[in-house]
Design a protein around this ligand. Structure first.
Ligand code: C2O
Ligand code: CU
Length: 502
């Protein structure tokens, strides 16, 4: 029995629905197999983890021989990784030891469909976790796939200093791949030789594309060499935990297919170039070359392009047939009823201050973040850093503290009726790209006017400049759910709001 979602995805690929200027016809292989049957919930054990969030002087391999004052959720390897089987319940205890910096914090489980009181948005869904106190989260993730978590409180500095973890929910494979490798991508806001990070928020970058970290990293290392089995179908879980950079991902030296987006299975399609914005994930299967071969993961978002990781193969060949990667199991996200869906429009734009920054930037500003320091932002009459709007509204003030009592003082961007289906129609009226994230749901991306993509389920969707995007979902999860750009400086300078489902 085909579900609506498999039909949509199939139609998207065959008929080019929502696909402009780019053919999704596979370049190297023709997928022959439909998604597998949905995964079954395991018997459901409880997995308990402890996250003693603290400042830790840390020497990641990419830092060379220096240590930097990172803030992390746990001691040991960065980032911490939680692996569950579908059906397992996670009990996570966050202890806030950020006493020196006196930082309140929280954990948001990005992309997980959970009860709103576990969503971890300080002030909106829970009180902030003050220094010296603890908070316990408990929930059973309903979907398989690749997820991550991060604070939702002074995110720009806390994520900037390294507070992030990976959450993987197993049970989605129809037949085992030959390996499973996590590839965590991010930049660090630190200059060569410096022993402290650069400022995480600069007014002028916040009004443009955001601040790019000069130090790139993959799994905390600079262009690491990662061993993989030879002639195998190898799963790479790409996670962009950067605050700013929209990576343009490609694979060299191997055939590659995307099999999941934001954790959710998609009928495999050839990976040629894929835009992976902040918070976005892509599960990729590559057919590795023979023993001694090399495969490169490339980001060409910038010139010159950057090699993010190098995979070297070893051992006897695992597979001899043509590349036709096993699809994952079909997800169980409830399907929106498109015929009866309510359509709501959302427009991303800039405030007058934001437009002034953007215009000034284009004419006079040097291209590096360091160059912005000399600009007299006061001359632009900025009373505060509110540069971005959603439907003409900017999130009041920079800090999440303005969410204090948000349910009373800040009205939602939209009120949704529980168990109705909605189509959100987005227009990006700014000259910058925005990865838009909705908490609490997984939505189906139906169409996009610029960057070609198949119809797929996601929790974050990228809008290129002037792009129009539609996504749909069933509003089955009651609560106040954040909706914001995941370029964190944009989020912190106004591009944020929430919807209410009741
Ligand atoms: Cu990943 Cu509101 O965030
Ligand atoms: Cu943005």
């Amino acid at each position: 029995m085909q579900t609506r979602r498999t039909v949509l995805i199939g139609a998207g690929i065959a008929a080019g629905v929502g696909v402009v200027g780019y053919s999704l016809a596979p370049r190297h292989f023709a997928p022959t197999r439909a998604l597998g049957p949905p995964p079954s919930m395991g018997e459901g054990k409880t997995v308990s983890v402890r996250f003693p969030a603290a400042e830790r002087s840390t020497a990641l391999p990419c830092f060379g021989d220096r240590t930097l004052p990172m803030w992390t959720f746990a001691e040991g390897a960065w980032p911490p990784i939680v692996r569950l089987n579908l059906g397992d319940r996670l009990e996570a205890t966050l202890e806030n030891h950020l006493t020196r910096s006196d930082e309140a914090t929280s954990i948001h489980w990005h992309g997980i469909r959970l009860p709103v009181d576990q969503d971890g948005v300080a002030y909106l869904t829970q009180p902030p976790v003050e220094p010296g106190s603890t908070c316990r989260y408990a929930f059973t993730p309903p979907d398989t796939g690749t997820y991550f978590f991060h604070p939702h409180c002074d995110t720009v500095e806390q994520l900037g200093r390294g507070m992030v973890g990976i959450l993987i929910i197993e049970g989605d494979e129809t037949e085992p791949y030959d390996s499973d490798t996590l590839v965590v991508l991010r930049d660090w806001l630190v200059q060569p030789g410096a022993n402290e990070f650069d400022p995480f928020f600069t007014v002028v970058s916040a009004g443009r594309a955001g601040t790019y970290g000069p130090l790139r990293s993959t799994n905390g290392a600079s262009d690491p060499t990662i061993p993989l089995p030879a002639s195998g179908d190898c799963r790479l879980r790409l996670v962009n935990v950067d605050m700013t950079r929209i990576m343009q991902i490609s694979i060299e030296g191997a055939e590659a297919a995307i099999v999941a987006i934001d954790g959710h299975a998609v009928t495999p399609f050839a990976l040629t170039k894929w835009l992976l914005g902040p918070a976005m994930r892509a599960d990729v299967v590559i057919r590795t070359p023979r023993d001694g071969g090399t495969v490169r993961l490339i980001d060409s978002s910038d010139q010159p392009r950057v090699e993010l990781a190098r995979f070297v193969t070893a051992g006897a060949p695992r597979r001899k047939t043509e590349f036709d990667p096993a699809p994952l199991r079909r997800g169980t996200v409830p399907e929106p009823d498109l015929a009866n869906a309510t359509r709501l429009t959302f427009v991303l734009d800039m405030t007058e201050a934001g437009k002034a920054i953007a215009a000034l930037a284009a004419e006079r500003l040097p291209a590096t973040a360091a160059g912005f320091a000399g600009v007299d932002v006061g001359a632009l009459c900025l009373s505060r850093a509110s540069f971005w709007t959603v439907n003409g509204r900017t999130w009041p003030e920079m800090s999440h503290e303005s969410q204090k009592g948000a349910s009373v003082t800040i009205p939602p961007l939209a009120s949704l009726e529980r168990n109705r289906s909605y189509i959100f129609e987005w227009t990006n009226n700014t000259p910058f790209s925005h990865p838009v994230h909705l908490h609490g749901f997984a939505f189906t991306v139906l169409s996009a006017s610029k960057f070609a993509r198949p119809v797929h389920v996601a929790d974050t969707v990228l809008l290129l400049p002037q792009e129009r995007v539609e996504f749909a979902f069933l509003a089955d999860n009651p609560g106040n759910w954040m909706l914001h750009c995941h370029v964190i400086e944009h989020q912190e300078s106004g591009m944020m709001g929430y919807i209410r489902v009741a």
